[in-house]
Design a protein around this ligand. Structure first.
Ligand code: BYC
Ligand code: FE
Ligand code: FE
Length: 480
């Protein structure tokens, strides 16, 4: 079977590594550095634990994963591409309709390399950011989900390193090395994109990160899955299968925190969501704090889409190297020479949609698609708050709020979208973003719970376990 995954190799793969000794040597030479990085920067204190993890064993739609207890450093990080469609053509840009490339076109080599390196850089960055969270896991179930996400982000790094080493020769090998050298938050060698140098200090941040930032990952992977460079497309299509679980972890994680707060308030007869002292005394996280944390993670994630108006994005689309979200379903000429896109801009003391050339607005468009994709989660969370009879609604802040990149980088804009002067911003930002007090409260709350089936006071149990196992399954066997 052409797409069967070969697990007899040091590096499991379905890319015929056994028949490509040069590439195999390059990857095997990179492997020890990867393991060193994982031991240094991977889950701190849990490298010996046995974790109920899924490993991809096939790229078929059904039955692609198997579950087993694995120590994370022994996880079988593999190189897996979704099946090739022989007839696939380039879906956009000036090469529209031409056969997809199986090799890197010389003229787009630098462009492709840059996109692959940026994608690759985010994967280990997130593992670094989440490194200490195992210590404060609210349950074994949650700890297992964290580690599942971590090993898969590690595999996503392998996925990009494979492309670099197979298709980009010596510079690819250099870039692959660099991916193991940069560090999230480092002063001298930081990760490439802003949000990946921020901290993920607690589990509310982790769940918001997987809800928002992994969802940027999903959107970017969807756009790269449209690439005319077929190996990149196939790699991203397979990564998206794993990404769905990361989004599930975020969506249900925030949802369970929200549900627990709503239940606890109802039980205690507290109706005022702004009575933070009373709510916090119940051992749950008050909604305004959740909202402030959400404001932060949402705005950090929006910056990852780059400038709303971008010639880089136009170039990548024109070249057929990066498409739009669900390119094939969009009803236009897929070249965008004459199309416009309504871009939200600051006009005077308000915001207006201004039609600009669609080619220049591709980052804004993907960001808009992202915002739409977030709506389902918020709707579900708010339903649970309303069901408990509490008058509070979680809302995404305005897209211009707290931005560092693009159109709104210099604007002072409130979560509701009011434009304010610098002094007002400074004096009010504590209402909108997490405060040191919020942080201290949450840090205090994050006490580990390692008894199967038990959950910390601030989070509801999940509705069901993982892969048919019960909720009280011992998902992580700790070595002590
Ligand atoms: N921070 O035209 P511009 C994931 C730079 S997440 C720092 O505005 P462009 C994951 C930009 O590089 C998905 N720098 O933007 C999630 C450029 O620099 P140079 C990751 C930034 O290029 C959770 C300059 O500003 N994948 O997978 O159109 C866990 C002007 O660029 C930032 C990708 O992002 C920033 N936020 O778009 C684990 C896909 N934004 O070249 C994993 C690949 C922009 O002038 N990357 N800059 O020095 C891309 O498609 C594009 O590079 C970007 C930026 C969308 C990121
Ligand atoms: Fe990833
Ligand atoms: Fe992810």
């Amino acid at each position: 079977m052409a797409d069967a995954v070969d697990y007899d190799q040091l590096i499991p793969n379905n890319v015929g590594l056994a028949d490509d000794p040069k590439l195999r040597r390059a990857l095997e030479a990179w492997h020890p550095g990867y393991i060193d990085w994982w031991m240094d920067m991977g889950p701190d204190g849990f490298q010996e634990a046995e974790v109920w993890l899924r490993t991809a064993v096939s790229v078929e739609k059904s039955g692609w994963a198997k579950f087993a207890f694995v120590r994370m450093p022994e996880y079988r990080w593999g190189i897996l591409l979704a099946p090739r469609h022989e007839e696939r053509t380039i879906p956009c840009g000036e090469h529209l309709g031409e056969p997809a490339w199986q090799e890197v076109p010389g003229e787009y080599r630098a462009l492709l390399r840059r996109l692959i390196v940026i994608q690759g850089d985010t994967e280990p960055a997130s593992v670094e950011q989440q490194r200490f969270l195992g210590r404060t896991a609210p349950s074994l179930y949650d700890m297992r989900n964290l580690f599942q996400v971590n090993v898969e982000e590690g595999r996503h790094l392998w996925a990009m390193v494979y492309l670099l080493q197979k298709y980009f020769g010596r510079d690819g090998r250099e870039e692959a090395k660099g991916l193991l050298e940069r560090r999230s938050g480092s002063d001298d060698r930081p990760r490439m994109l802003g949000a990946f140098n921020e901290e993920t200090p607690d589990w509310l941040s982790f769940f918001l990160f997987t809800f928002f930032t992994d969802r940027d990952g999903k959107m970017q992977l969807e756009a790269l899955a449209q690439s005319g460079f077929d190996p990149l497309s196939r790699t991203c299509r397979f990564m998206l299968a794993e990404e769905a679980h990361h989004m599930f972890v975020g969506d249900t994680g925030v949802g369970r925190i929200v549900r627990r707060t709503a239940e606890a308030m109802k039980e205690a007869g507290i109706e005022d969501p702004y009575d933070a002292d009373a709510v916090r005394a119940l051992g749950v996280i008050d909604f305004p704090t959740i909202q402030r944390k959400m404001n932060l993670h949402f705005s950090l994630t929006l910056d990852l889409f780059g400038s709303e108006q971008s010639t880089n994005a136009a170039t990548a689309f024109n070249a057929g190297v990066k498409g739009r979200f669900r390119e094939a379903d969009i009803d236009d000429d897929h070249q965008l020479h004459d199309n416009t896109y309504p871009l939200l801009e600051q006009v005077g003391d308000g915001f207006e949609k201004v039609e600009i050339p669609a080619l220049k607005a591709l980052n804004a468009r993907l960001r808009d698609d992202f915002v739409d994709d977030c709506a389902g989660g918020l709707r579900r969370w708010n339903r649970d708050i309303a069901a408990a009879g509490i008058a509070f609604e979680l809302k995404l802040p305005h897209i211009a709020f707290n931005r560092q990149i693009g159109e709104f980088a210099d604007a002072g804009v409130t979560p509701k979208g009011a434009i304010v002067d610098g002094a007002t911003w400074e004096s009010s930002s504590a209402d909108w973003l997490p405060t040191p007090d919020d942080r201290a409260f949450i840090e205090d709350l994050m006490q580990p719970l390692h008894e199967p089936g038990k959950f910390a006071s601030w989070i509801a149990p999940p509705r069901k376990g993982i892969a048919q196992k019960p909720i009280d399954y011992e998902y992580v066997r700790l070595p002590y």
